[in-house]
Write a protein that binds this ligand. Structure first.
Ligand code: C2O
Length: 536
């Protein structure tokens, strides 16, 4: 498509608060958020697009959905209501394990609050789906009103669909939104840019469109004789920020905070500014860093978040384009082109301004990763079974599929070392529910093929002598990614060692909920195609 760039203004999503202030104290305010089919304008010159959108009403529903603002220590209660009709706007594939209502009526959905540390019943387990008006529910569904305790550290989360086998198409259709936990005691002293004008969420994703405006997704699978519609990955040529293709934003000559969420299904972004402006990282996808880190570029895998300050007073020009130069698929795919290599444009006002926001020398100090505290060491190998046309047919973790019995059963309050071995060709962003982790190091495998052959036979990294193979070059973890995270990029051909903590990071307090209840939690790759496994 030949859409003109930078003609639509960057929208701000509506904000809704999960609390109210009653005589000076914060109280929970229960929310009801629906999923609606509606039309959405992605670009001035594109006809309206059928989408699925979250909102407090159909009229208020947006792409992405409203930004939910929560307060640390104040419980949030959300009833997610499915108002979707029966026929999906995108092709899905019944030959992969998929949520399927008996009556074939209604589209199964379930909401996961990504980055939340909360009870399993409200975690949006893939089998806890429900259809319109809860007419039918999945096998692990227990309740309508989800409870998010917000007892964790302040930071950026996002909510998105999580239904078995439909996550990729439900996200593509628009079921995504941001969620922020604020903590005044921790954050006010930092004096970072704040308020609606200077503290903004940027949700970035890619889509392709047909000339009639509808979202284009190839309806023939990569391996149609086995899976007629299933596509392991999706790449679109139009880059969307907060629901507009290549928008523009006029900014003042001062500091802004941007919470940048990569909400794509499979596209990695490596952002940079055309005029050399820098990113000052203050937090990663989960928590504040100990100190700000300055970079020229920012690589984000799907579902990773960069929380950065950009100081436009340092700009030598009156405009700047936020670009992207990450190949797709990452790291062994095609180079970006004129369309997907550009993200949005900043128009920078000429007049200098007095700026009272600061970037402090130190931010928030959380515990270091203490390897000696780990109560267990696990080896987790990811590999694909491919067909004779060399397309993946199954994607497994340690040779097991999602529906096999629970494999990882860490105890609440403990830490564990996980060695994640990526034997595929793609970089897989590993996301762990409930846990927070620090990346310790990445080591290249030597004689990877030999090791992989053994794994395909024995499915056991120790029996296959992982130590003998994990002794290649080390890859440095970038300074801005050394904090506590909930997603990280598992480089192909590498063992990534992480320390996972199944507890809060800001205190030794235990969870205010039963983390051992059913249905448990999952960990998975966030390119919506690897089968997740259960934990706890
Ligand atoms: Cu962002 Cu299990 O997901």
């Amino acid at each position: 498509s030949k859409l003109v760039k930078f003609v639509d203004e960057l929208p701000d999503m509506p904000k809704i608060q999960s609390f109210e202030v009653v005589t000076g104290v914060f109280k929970s305010k229960p929310l009801e958020i629906g999923m609606f089919k509606k039309l959405w304008k992605f670009h001035r010159d594109l006809p309206p697009t059928p989408v699925y959108a979250y909102g407090t009403s159909k009229r208020n529903a947006t792409i992405p959905g409203p930004t939910i603002e929560a307060i640390h220590g104040v419980d949030a209660f959300v009833t997610w209501q499915n108002h979707l009709p029966s026929n999906h706007i995108l092709p899905w594939d019944p030959t992969i394990p998929t949520a399927l209502p008996r009556t074939k009526k209604g589209i199964p959905t379930v909401v996961h609050l990504h980055g939340s540390i909360g009870e399993p019943e409200s975690d949006g387990h893939a089998h806890s789906w429900f259809t319109r008006r809860f007419k039918e529910v999945g096998p692990t569904w227990t309740k309508k009103e989800y409870h998010y305790p917000n007892s964790q550290h302040p930071g950026n989360l996002w909510y998105h669909d999580h239904a078995m086998g439909l996550t990729r198409v439900n996200l593509l259709a628009g079921l995504i939104g941001a969620y922020i936990i604020r903590d005044r005691d921790v954050e006010t002293p930092l004096r970072l840019p704040c308020g609606d004008e200077f503290d903004r969420t940027l949700m970035v994703f890619d889509r392709s469109f047909l000339t009639n405006g509808s979202i284009y997704m190839n309806s023939t699978g990569n391996n149609p004789s086995i899976h007629p519609q299933w596509q392991p990955e999706y790449f679109g040529d139009a880059i969307i920020v907060n629901g507009k293709a290549w928008p523009r934003l006029t900014v003042r000559r001062r500091k802004y905070r941007f919470r940048i969420i990569n909400a794509s299904n499979a596209r990695f972004f490596r952002f940079f500014f055309s005029n050399g402006l820098k990113f000052i990282h203050v937090a990663d996808d989960s928590a504040y860093l100990e100190k700000p880190v300055i970079t020229n570029e920012t690589l984000l895998a799907p579902s990773e978040i960069a929380d950065v300050i950009v100081d436009f007073s340092k700009s030598k020009s009156d405009s700047a384009i936020l670009g992207n130069d990450a190949v797709y698929p990452y790291p062994s795919g095609d180079a970006v082109n004129e369309a997907n290599g550009k993200v949005m444009k900043f128009i920078i006002k000429k007049e200098p301004e007095h700026d009272t926001w600061r970037v402090p020398k130190t931010l928030v100090k959380y515990p270091d990763a203490d390897l000696s505290s780990a109560s267990k060491t696990r080896y987790i190998a990811m590999y694909e079974y491919t067909s004779d046309i060399d397309e993946p047919t199954h994607l497994y973790i340690n040779g097991k599929s999602f529906d096999e019995p629970v494999t990882e059963t860490p105890r609440v309050g403990t830490s564990e070392i996980w060695n994640v071995i990526n034997l595929t060709e793609d970089n897989h962003p590993l996301h762990i529910h409930l846990g927070l982790f620090k990346v310790i190091n990445q080591t290249k495998l030597v004689k990877e093929e030999e090791f992989k052959a053994c794994m395909l036979k024995l499915n056991d990294a120790i029996k296959c002598k992982i130590d003998h193979y994990a002794r290649g070059d080390k890859i440095e973890v970038p300074a801005h990614e050394k904090g506590w995270k909930n997603v990280y990029k598992m480089t192909p051909g590498c063992v990534t060692k992480i320390l996972v903590r199944f507890a809060f990071i800001h205190s030794n307090e235990s969870y205010p909920f039963d983390a051992t209840a059913q249905p448990g939690y999952v960990y998975h790759c966030h390119v919506s195609h690897i089968s997740p496994e259960q934990i706890l």
